[in-house]
Write a protein that binds this ligand. Structure first.
Ligand code: FES
Length: 125
């Protein structure tokens, strides 16, 4: 009886990480969970913000980038001014690709993985 339980526990201990790895590598997981935005919502040479998700999508000469708009100083939600991100709290400014242009923030914005499929931009947070 004890051997049976140990064998079962051993199998479960091996299956759990294998299951988690399969879920991580599964293409359906990659397709699901992204935030979808129609391409036409992102103005040419401007930004589209999804404030409640803290996502900024930039279209610069047709090149799409997605960044977190959570300020790296103290976490305020950034505003878009042209193709720059500006913090309303203490004035940090970030470039379209998330680099700090003016402090007090010292760290760049987090770049978010995204993909464009047809007429949709899908951003993963
Ligand atoms: S929270 Fe953005 S500059 Fe302080």
């Amino acid at each position: 009886m004890k051997k049976g339980r140990r064998a079962l526990l051993s199998v479960l201990l091996w299956l759990a990480p294998a299951f988690m790895l399969l879920r991580y590598l599964s293409p359906s997981k990659k397709a699901a969970g992204g935030i979808e935005v129609p391409v036409e919502n992102v103005p040419s040479n401007g930004a589209y913000l999804i404030r409640d998700k803290k996502i900024g999508i930039i279209n610069r000469n047709g090149e799409i980038k997605a960044v977190s708009i959570s300020c790296t100083h103290l976490g305020c939600t950034l505003n878009a001014e042209g193709d720059l991100f500006v913090c309303p709290c203490h004035g940090s400014v970030f470039s379209p690709d998330g680099k700090v242009l003016k402090g007090p923030a010292a760290a760049d914005l987090k770049i978010l993985r995204h993909e464009t499929e047809g007429n949709l931009i899908r951003v993963y947070v």
